[in-house]
Design a protein around this ligand. Structure first.
Ligand code: FES
Length: 132
């Protein structure tokens, strides 16, 4: 066991702790099933609630790419399901007008802001997203 502070100098305990840290990192990223492929419409924002996650996941086909982003504006905590609009590759938040390129995440108005993109995996007709 590596429970007492005196054991931290023990190489076996340090290895065990390093493994535990890696395990925690793996658990922080998880893949969730969000919807069916047929639920997503090219050029439209579709929001899907995910159990245990505050904001929905927003999905769309943009320039033949399946894109998944969080349903919250990076500028302030405003729901993009209600206030976002998609035109081409640009997602515009109607609250203050900030625009984000959904293919890069880059904000056109403030380079300090970016829209996170979730990795997407399609398995059969199901869409899975890695929430990181
Ligand atoms: S809250 Fe979206 S641009 Fe300000």
């Amino acid at each position: 066991m590596c429970s007492s502070p005196g054991e931290t100098k023990n190489a076996r305990c340090q290895t065990a702790r390093a493994g535990w840290s890696s395990a925690k990192l793996v658990l922080m990223a998880f893949r969730v099933r969000v919807c069916r492929l047929a639920d997503i419409v090219a050029g439209e924002l579709r929001a899907f609630a995910v159990t245990g996650v505050t904001w929905p996941v927003i999905l769309s086909f943009v320039e033949h790419e399946l894109v998944a982003v969080p349903g919250v504006c990076p500028h302030e905590d405003v729901g993009l399901a209600d206030y976002g609009e998609l035109e081409g590759t640009t997602l515009r938040c109607r609250v203050h007008g900030f625009e984000f390129d959904v293919l890069t995440g880059r904000c056109e108005h403030d380079p300090r802001l970016s829209l996170r993109r979730y990795p997407v995996t399609v398995i059969g007709d199901e869409v899975w997203v890695d929430l990181l």
